[in-house]
Design a protein around this ligand. Sequence first.
Ligand SMILES: [Fe+2]
Ligand SMILES: [Fe+2]
Length: 329
Amino acid sequence: MKTTTRTLDLRNMPPFERHVKIFEMWDSLKEEETLRIINDHEPRPLYYQFEAEHNGQFEWNYEEEGPKDWIFLIKKISSSGDKRKKIKELIRKLHSKENIKKHKDEAKKFLKNISPTDLGIMEQEIIKEGVTRKEMRKLCDVHLDIMKENLEKKDLKLKPGHPIHTLMAEHDEILAFIEKLKIINNKVQLSESFEELGKEMIMLNFIAKHLVEADKHHQREEDVLFLAMERKGITEPPQIMREEHVDLKKKKKELYKLSENYKKMDFAKFVKKMKSVSEFIIETLPDHIYKENYILYPMAVEVIRNDEEWEKIKNDCDRIGYCCFTPKS
Ligand SMILES: [Fe+2]
Ligand SMILES: [Fe+2]
C-alpha cells in the first residue's frame, strides 16, 4: 500500500512561521501519512517538541542529516498495527545490552499513552505474531515501573463484597506478611545458631502457613476471574499471571516445609535456603500483586460490565472459599 507523503520546505520561510506551519500540516495529516520536511539546520528542538506533545503517535526518520540540509520524515501513527510495531521495536531494544536506561525511558514515555486494556490486547496480538511471553515480560516490568511511580491506588469504585474488592483486600494482608518475612529473613541472615531464633521461627511458620493459605486466593483468580476475562477475549495477561502462580506456589510450599523441618537441618544450610526462598517471594509476590492491582483487575472491571456476571463470579468465588486472613466485608 502506497502511503501519502507531503513535503514542506522550510528553508526560505521566516523562522517565526516555521513551527506554526509544521503543526498545521501535522494536524491535517491522516494516519499512515507522512510529513517530509526540508530544513537548513538540525531539527532537534522540533523533535523534542514532538516527543513531548505527540509521544507514541509519530515515527521519525532521516533522509539526509546535514551538513547543509536536513531532510526528515515524520509519519503519523496511531493505528494499533503501528503501535504493535513500535512495541516490538521497544522489546528488541530492551533486550539489547547497551543503553538500557535510554531504552527504558523511551518505553516508559510510549507506554504512558496506552491504556492497560489496549496494551493487554496488543500484547496478545504480538505474542500471536511470534514474540515469546518471556520476552514480553521485560516490557511488563517497565510498565510496572510506571505504575509504581504513580503509587496512588487506582480507585475502581468497588463496594465491599465485590470479588475484586475482596481480592485487593487480601493483597494488602499478603503484603503485610511479606513485610514480616523481610524482617525475619534479615534476622536469620545475621544469626549464628537456631538458639538465637526462638520467636522468629514461630513467626516464620505462621507467615509461611498464611502464604500457603493464599492459594485459595490464586484459585479464585484462576478458576473464576481469569476464566471470565478469557471469555471476553483477554487471554495473555491472565496466562502470564497463571505462570507466575506456578512459581510462587512452589516457593511458598518450600518456605512452609523449611519452617516445619528446620530442626533436622544444619544451620548454615538453613540460612542459605531461607535466603534464596524468601528473597524470591519478597521480590516476586509484591510485583505480581502490583500487576494485578494496577493492570489486570482494572482490565477485568473494564471488560466485565454486567452486574449479573459479577454476581455469578461472586457465587463461584464463594464456592471456592476464602483465606483465614480475608478481611470481613
Ligand atoms: Fe495472582
Ligand atoms: Fe492476586
